[in-house]
Structure formats: C-alpha cells, structure tokens
Ligand binder design. Structure first.
Ligand code: GCW
Length: 721
C-alpha cells in the first residue's frame, strides 16, 4: 500500500500535476471522463470570439487557457462564425439576425453583467453561443462556461441565463499598510505597497481573475481601521496601479476613509462634517482620486466604532458624516459605504441593540449614494447568531450585507468550516417585516423595499500563503461568498458541489462524502465552540480558543462573562422583556417566538434567555447535560470529518491530502480544548458532574486559563477585547 502511494506521488510529480492550491477552483486539468472529453473536443474545436476590448481580451485568454487544459488541445480561434465554429462568443450588438432571433427572449432584464449561454444553430450546424450586453457579461459567461466543463456537464446542459442579483459584490480586506492583516490567518497582505506602483505582482492579476470568475466586482484593499496615508498622493499612485490591473476584470477599487484624514493629512484643525473647509477638503480629495482612477468606487467607512474617529466626535450624527462624503463623491457617481458596526463604551445597554438604536431612527436621512453595511448578526461574526434586526427595518436606506470570510471566531485558518452554510442560513432567514417571505436575501437584493442600490461584502481571508487562504478549504469560503453575492438564493449544497468538483475531483466516491463533510462542518464548529446560543466566549484580543472566564477588561462588553452571565443559578443572556429586551428590535413574529421558551429554537436558547442549569431541554436532558453533550458531539463530528478525509486519499493530490489531515488533527485537538475548557468552567457553576458519554478533560481549569497566545496571528496591536 505504502509503495502504491509512493508511486502515485512520483507519477504526479513527473506529470506535473502536483497542486499547491494556488490555482484555486480554476484548475482546468484535463477532463477525466473520456466520453465527455471526446464530446467537448468535437464540439469546441473551432471558436469564433470577438475581442475588441481589454475585458474581451482577458476573456479570450481565459478561454484559451481553460480549453487548452481541459481539452488537452489548443483551441482554434476562427476569423468568422461561418468558418465552422462550434463555440461563438459575441456581444449582443454583434449578433446576426438569425442568431439573435434564437436568443432574443433571453436578453430581457439581462442587465449590464448578465450573460447567456445557449445552444444555437449557426450556418446550419450546432453551436454553443455565449453572449451578453456588455464585455463584462461575456467574461462572466466564459468563466461560467468553463466551470460547467470542469464539472463535466453534458453538452445539452450547457445552457444558462444568469444575471447578478446585487450590484456591488465586494471583498473588504482588513490589510494594513505594513502588510499585517487584521484578523488575517493566511500570511501577510498580498498588497506590496512598497514596490507598487512599479512592480505588478502576478498575484494581483490572479486575484482579479479569481474574483471575476465568481462575479466579485469590487474590492477595498485596506483596513476599515483606516490609515489616512492611503489617501495621500504617494499611495494613491499605488492604488491607481492596482485599479489598472483590476479594470479589465470588472473590479472597482474602493478606499477606506479615515474620518480624521482632513486633520492628519490635510493640515486642518477639525474633521467636523459640517465645517465648510472640511467639506471642501473631501470634495477636493474625491476630485483628485477620480482624476487618477476614473472608475473609483467610493469610500468604505468605519466611524465612531471601537475607537475610530467619526462625526460623533463633533456632536454630529452618522448621517451628517456619511452625507458629507456622499456629497464629495456624488459628482463622480461614487458611493459611500458606511458601516453599521457600532457600539459604544458610553452606552450601557446591551451591545446587541446598539446599531439598531442608532441607525433605524435615522432611516431616510441618508443621501441616495449612501449604503449602510450591516454585519450578518447583531454582535460580531459568531459561529451562530440570529440575523441582524436592522435587516428589514430600514426600508428607505439601502442595506448591504457584511459577512466575514476570514475565520476570526471560527478557528482561524486551521479549522475546516464551510461558511456558505452559515451565509445561507442568514440569507434565508425571514425578517417578517413585510409579512411572511421577507427574507434577508430579499432585503439584500433590493426586492423587499425597492432599493436602487444593492450589495454584499465579505471580509477577505486572503494572504500571501501559496494557497491564498491558509487552509485549502478556506478557498471554498471565498468561492461561496462570491457565488452568494451574485445569487443570494443559491443553496450551500450547490456551492459545495461546484467547489469540490472544480477544485478536487468529479468522482462520485469523493463528492458524496465530501459534500456531507462540508455541509456538516459549520454545525460541528457551533457544537464545539458555542452550543445552545452561547456566544463571544473567545479568549480576548486574538479570539483564538476559549476564554469564557475572561472578566478583567475595562469595557464590560469586551469580557466574555458579559455574554454568558453564568452563575450558580443559571446561564445565558436574557434579551426578553425581563432583560435587555433586544427581542423588541425584531418583528413581532420573532419577538414572540424567540421570547417564548416553548417555541424558541434551542440553537438560540442562551442568546435570548437566562436559564437555570436544571432547565429541561426538548430531549429530556437538563441544560447542563445538554451543553456537555453538545460539546462532546462537536468533538465526535470532527473525528468523523477526519475519518472521511482519510478515505479521500485516492482522489486528492498527496501533498494537499497530508496538509488537510494535519489541519484536521489540529482541529480535533482544539475542539477537545474548547469542550474541556468550557465544561470545566461552566461546571463550576452548574455543580453537576459530566454526564455519561462526555470524555473527561485532560487538564485542570487552571491549566486552560494559563494558556496565553501573545503572538497569535491577526491580532491588532494594543487591541483589547
Ligand atoms: O470583529 C471585530 C474585530 C475587529 C474589527 C471589527 C470591525 C476591523 O475583532 O478586528 O476591526 O470587528 O468589524 O470593525
């Protein structure tokens, strides 16, 4: 057996198919299924492809690269469609009347970025047409077409009409100018500001390609905890160079704007948004940026949040601040994306309530080019949160979704957690704000309130690691985010299927078990970290590992004890009318359902209720027993993931297989760590022994409390919570 694997390894090295993960889901290995390969070779031998723009040129390059790899033969590009083309790639304006007639209906509502892939008859022979209104639609169509080939879809299934449901599909990098990445676990920042603008790293191009392949069309390269330097001429020149690389791929650049920039780099005494000099400064800055980057997207702003400066420093409102920037950008068609992640040390009410309380009353006061970017839940990217109550509650202000792709609270880059499952849960959640069916997805795609601007942002998990995301499976989360930004109604199952097929293998023996593994991985992490609605019990600052005992931070809401409130009597955060009443921020449907213990799903139990340890769960166990058993279940689930992966060796590159095996070992070790540390800690209060079936901990509580990780990755210097 050992020799067999050795042979496989040697062969794969010889054949040059060893994969380090750099190619992401764009692997384009030769189609393994020979019948399919033959079919494709016959059908797509000759291609007619019009390329009169930079975007169409990169689309053609991609087609060439894709087909050369997948079909193991260089495609023949023809001068006209009538030369016997089996594949025709043309914008709508260039279609001849007979072709147009065959697909005319598909153009209805196709928009700027949509595309059509359709079988047609051209010059008396069967052909496949990829068409769109605009160049970018063609690029998206080409990527989609190649994806179908990667997935070995039958010829007759190569048919698609797709148009994105959101306008801004954006990555937010929390990258600092010194190349550290806040909450980044995949190496350093891919932006080498020092060598820009002169050195264009191949990574920038590959980054753009990868994003375009999943429909991402915007990026904000720098941290929302912003450094004003990025707005100086020295840096803008570098941003301009990046924008130039991204442009053919349809990706717009946004910049994080530090609210105090007029003081820090503008020499003014104030950053008061109602001050005329300040307003002029931002107008001039916008003009300067647009002179360098004519398609600049706009500003992304974190203000009056976690110590960042903002309009409230001057007694002004968020609307005053956002509108000032909006006015500066409006003449250039730019957008202000104002983050709603705010909570204040001066506000003693439940942190979960604060964003809603600040923003919902000012609905309607923002200029039309302002969007609010709202995190998926009301606290902070926990393994599970109920949806943010702002969704559905601001009909006059376009709300963008903010997901976190980087795994700040999900085991960093060492845990395998398939996040599209989490994203899907949030998007499908029904806000009930306009009756049944008022899902978060419908808020985000604008259909619920008739928003004219729509978008979704994801905090990137990308770094300089050769495979981009540290954990090879972190790529699935970047991929899945892009797919859901394009279509928030897509199922996580379909995303899992696509990603597995394009990244690893089309074999059934691989797909079935691995799909199950991916889809179960999110619930596993909830089980071994935050069961039954527990939240924010991570060790402070770096958020690596458990720290439910932490209680020594100056701000109450930076201490895990604030969130679980455990004592001899019970555990959980009472957010009903007898507690913080955060439930009132939801539609009555949820306030009632979640407020009533009989109907509150147990996954949200301790999120909304403070309950005695003896409270009886639906399965008859006490709360303490249920908590212990769920932690144990999480550990068992990781063990199962490991077992499944061990069976996958025949389908996966040896090096990748080894790497993931080792990562799963870490995940298992850490799942146990979570279980043991949390149960020892909470056990002090429940006073009960571990129920049968739960493994005894390896160490004492004191041991777990003594673990310190001052150099954990992603940490922010002088950051406390
Ligand atoms: O999740 C928290 C992080 C901070 C982050 C903040 C935010 C960029 O711990 O590191 O700061 O959220 O979203 O602004």
């Amino acid at each position: 057996m050992k020799n067999f694997w050795l042979l496989c390894f040697l062969l794969s090295t010889l054949w040059g198919v060893a994969h380090d993960g750099y190619d992401l889901w764009l692997r384009y290995d030769q189609i393994a299924d020979e019948t399919r390969l033959g079919e494709y070779q016959n059908a797509f031998g000759g291609i007619y492809f019009n390329t009169d723009s930079p975007t169409l040129k990169v689309a053609l390059q991609e087609m060439d690269r894709g087909l050369s790899g997948l079909l193991a033969q260089s495609p023949r590009f023809l001068d006209t469609a009538s030369d016997g083309a089996g594949l025709i790639v043309l914008k709508k304006v260039l279609l001849d009347a007979t072709t147009l007639q065959q697909v005319a209906g598909d153009f209805e509502g196709l928009g700027r970025d949509g595309f059509v892939i359709s079988p047609i008859t051209s010059n008396g022979r069967k052909a496949t047409l990829i068409t769109a209104n605009e160049d970018l639609g063609i690029l998206y169509g080409v990527f989609h077409f190649l994806r179908q080939l990667q997935m070995q879809q039958p010829l007759h299934a190569l048919k698609e009409r797709s148009t994105p449901k959101t306008d801004i599909r954006m990555l937010n990098h929390w990258d600092n100018l010194d190349r550290t990445v806040e909450r980044g676990y995949a190496g350093f920042s891919i932006w080498n500001w020092h060598t820009l603008p002169d050195l264009i790293d191949q990574r920038y191009i590959d980054y753009a390609r990868a994003n375009a392949s999943i429909g991402i069309n915007a990026t904000s390269p720098t941290n929302v905890n912003a450094n004003a330097e990025i707005l100086t001429p020295h840096y803008l020149e570098k941003v301009q160079a990046l924008a130039r690389v991204f442009r053919p791929y349809g990706i717009k650049v946004y910049l994080t704007a530090r609210f105090s920039a007029p003081i820090e780099i503008g020499g003014l005494q104030t950053a008061d948004p109602l001050d005329t000099q300040v307003r002029q400064w931002w107008k001039d800055k916008a003009t300067e940026i647009y002179s360098l980057i004519p398609d600049f997207g706009g500003f992304l702003v974190k203000a009056n949040s976690e110590g960042q400066p903002g309009p409230q420093n001057y007694g002004r409102t968020h609307a005053d601040g956002a509108n000032m920037l909006a006015e500066a950008l409006a003449p250039h068609q730019g957008t202000v994306i104002w983050r709603a992640f705010v909570y204040s040390e001066h506000d003693l009410t439940d942190r979960a309530k604060q964003a809603f309380s600040e923003f919902v009353p000012v609905d309607g006061q923002f200029h039309t080019n302002v969007m609010l970017q709202v995190k998926n839940g009301p606290i902070d990217f926990q393994p599970r949160e109920p949806f943010h109550p702002m969704f559905g509650a601001m009909p006059k202000t376009p709300l963008m979704m903010e997901f976190q792709i980087t795994q700040e609270y999900l085991g960093f880059s060492t845990h395998l957690v398939f996040l599209p499952r989490l994203f899907e849960e949030v998007l499908q959640a029904d806000t009930y704000r306009k009756g049944k069916g008022s899902t978060v997805a419908r808020v985000i795609d604008g259909s619920l309130h008739g928003y004219t601007r729509t978008g979704m942002a994801g905090v990137a998990n990308i770094g300089t690691d050769i495979n981009w995301t540290g954990h090879p499976f972190g790529q699935a989360n970047w991929y899945g985010f892009g797919r859901l930004a394009w279509d928030p109604y897509m199922s996580s199952e379909q995303i899992a299927e696509e990603w597995l097929r394009t990244t690893f293998s089309n074999e059934r023996g691989f797909l079935q078990p691995m799909k199950q593994l991916l889809l179960g991985s999110r619930e596993a992490v909830v089980h071994y970290m935050n069961p039954l609605g527990l939240h924010h019990i991570f060790d402070s600052g770096h958020h690596y590992g458990p720290g439910p005992w932490v209680d020594n931070h100056s701000r109450p809401e930076w201490n895990p004890v604030y969130y679980h409130r455990a004592d001899r009597l019970g555990v959980g955060f009472d957010r009903t009318a007898t507690g913080s009443d955060a439930l009132q921020q939801y539609a009555p449907h949820w306030a009632e359902k979640w407020g009533d213990l009989a109907s509150c799903p147990e996954e949200y139990l301790l999120w909304f209720h403070h309950l005695p340890w003896t409270y009886v769960l639906k399965n008859g166990h006490t709360l303490w027993e249920g908590m212990a058993l769920t932690y144990q279940q999480g550990v068992v689930e990781v063990q199962q993931m490991k077992n499944t992966w061990a069976q996958m060796a025949p389908y996966v590159d040896l090096e990748q297989h080894d790497r993931v095996s080792m990562l799963l070992d870490i995940q298992l070790k850490e799942a146990r760590w979570w279980r043991d540390a949390c149960l020892l800690y909470f056990g002090q209060f429940s006073g009960e022994p571990l129920p049968p079936g739960v493994d005894a901990p390896d160490h004492s509580l004191g041991y777990y409390q003594s673990l310190k990780f001052p150099y954990a990755p992603g940490i922010r210097p002088s950051w406390d919570d």
